[in-house]
Design a protein around this ligand. Structure first.
Ligand SMILES: [Zn+2]
Ligand SMILES: [Zn+2]
Length: 65
């Protein structure tokens, strides 16, 4: 008898409240280049290195079309 039980036994392991990884606010430059922004203010490391003006634009929850 080799019957494999096909019962969907999915064990959801909840270890603590799931907190989505909140990425630090990336500046405009880093976001545009998809760089890892450390979110340093007023200058992030990337902008600081390039001597750029680091600017952070607030993210609007509702994107107007
Ligand atoms: Zn940045
Ligand atoms: Zn920057």
């Amino acid at each position: 008898m080799s019957s494999s039980t096909s019962t969907d036994q999915r064990q959801y392991q909840f270890d603590g409240p799931k907190t989505p990884k909140r990425t630090p606010m990336a500046c405009v430059f880093c976001r545009g280049r998809k760089l890892k922004c450390d979110g340093n203010k007023p200058l992030c490391s990337n902008c600081d290195r390039r001597g750029l003006a680091c600017s952070y634009s607030p993210v609007s929850p509702d994107e107007k079309k």
